[in-house]
Design a protein around this ligand. Sequence first.
Ligand code: SF4
Length: 247
Amino acid sequence: MSTHSRRITAARAYITAQSWRALEGSALLKEILQGPLRGKVAVSSSFGAEAAVLLHLVAEIDPTTPVIFIDTGMLFAETLSYRDTLAQHLGLSNVQTHTPQLQLLSSVDPDGDLHLRDAHGCCQVRKVEPYGQAMRNFDVIITGRKRFHGDARSDLTSAESSGRQIKVNPLANWSAREIEEYFLLKQLPRHPLVDFGYKSIGCAPCTRKLDAGEDVRAGRWCGHAKTECGIHNAPNLEPEKHLVNWS
Ligand code: SF4
């Protein structure tokens, strides 16, 4: 059987996403991780400032769930150490780290400064491409996105179809206060940079700490119109359809 024949259809993805929209949080995760699509589900995590909440909820149900982490080569060292600390703390046994294609990097960003000239292109090669490759065979992708993050996330629902995939956002409706309360209730370890004023943590060159009263994602791509890296914008297509022509 080919890989493609195992994928759900776009029609089924749409209908399933609609049926999941009434659920959220742990109830939604149980439906997914214990339902007929289990085994075709992955969690997307940046191991950032709020990641522990979603990962704790997942680990309580099935700690063997694949957790996909993209190491762009530009992350804070603290994020890499937090990935290992948190995975061990939660008992997550299937954290998968994916990296950009070295050949592509050496071609388009040999000096590691593409982010200064073309942030969209840099995110494409360092995040979107490896993410698309990593997710291409999963039917369901679980993310930690929330509406209170604002901008493109303001209208998030708890489940949405994107081609033959379903993107699930169990925390879409959670507030910043609920996230904080969950951290305290479960005594979850914090990302080391949170204590230094970082509230949303991505690559080091494109993340700054926040001043008092700033929105949670104001420190991302500061000075650029860009607010998202792009991994959640497009369906995760087969590699041959996903690859950008960088020539
Ligand atoms: S966040 Fe910045 S450094 Fe990271 S991939 Fe995007 S542009 Fe490049």
